[in-house]
Design a protein around this ligand. Structure first.
Ligand code: C5P
Length: 223
């Protein structure tokens, strides 16, 4: 079974996806982390982010993998070719760069193939922007999770504070979120858009626990 959770940055997708996976005993895949890895690897290799061919070569050649923190069943650590990049992919520099790289059709092609291969290995909660529309259009449960811009920025600042990585300036984070959503929604390939059959959930003014319960109930009913 695939549970697809799509939506804009900071809507709570990661927290919700990981908790739903834990509750249901599913695996969990953060596809945003994969695009972040390609942005990081491109920057480190001195590749122009606008260079689709070279970014796509990186997407084909670099091995992205996920790992567990001890005692936690949900993978939260990220590796490129075996080197841990969990924090390096969450910096403000990557926030500014990732949407340029993710707009390249060839980069998407390479990553979508990997996402499908992984997703076919079992029950998965997969979060991203195009999971319900492109990667797994037949997902059994599709959720499009949103929240107001201010709520999303507030949550992202809190998350960055807790992680000790990324910007903690509210205005800067808000501006990044709005800019990134604009880029992600207006790109030609696999734009950020709700699938027609997705359940729209606005998490503004709703507790995360309530959203998690709602998705788990829908998943159990779809079994
Ligand atoms: O989810 P997160 O904010 O970490 O995603 C980072 C970026 O990766 C997004 O802003 C978007 O440009 C890209 N992305 C995407 N398709 C996905 C997941 C993420 O284009 N399925």
């Amino acid at each position: 079974m695939i549970i697809a959770i799509d939506g804009p940055s900071g809507a709570g997708k990661s927290t919700v996806a990981k908790a739903v996976a834990k509750h249901l005993g599913f695996s969990c895949l953060d596809t945003g982390a994969m695009y972040r890895c390609i942005a990081l690897a491109a920057l480190e290799a001195g590749v122009e982010l606008s260079d689709e061919q070279r970014c796509a070569s990186i997407a084909r050649e670099k091995a992205i993998s996920f790992g567990h923190v001890e005692g936690d069943p949900v993978p939260k650590r990220v590796f490129i070719d075996g080197v841990e990049v969990t924090d390096d992919i969450r910096t403000a520099r990557i926030d500014r760069s990732v949407s340029i790289v993710s707009a390249h059709p060839l980069v998407r092609e390479a990553l979508v193939e990997q996402q499908r291969r992984l997703g076919h290995q079992g029950d998965f909660v997969i979060e991203g922007r195009d999971i319900g529309t492109v990667v797994f259009p037949k997902a059994e449960v599709k959720v499009f999770l949103t929240a107001s811009n201010e709520e999303r920025a507030r949550r992202r600042v809190l998350q960055n504070e807790q992680r000790g990585v990324g910007s903690v300036d509210f205005d800067e984070v808000l501006a990044d979120i709005v800019r990134r959503d604009e880029l992600d929604s207006s790109r030609e390939t696999a734009p950020l858009i709700a699938a027609e059959d997705a359940v729209r959930m606005d998490s503004t003014g709703r507790t995360i626990e309530d959203v998690i319960d709602d998705i788990c109930t829908r998943a159990r009913a779809a079994r």
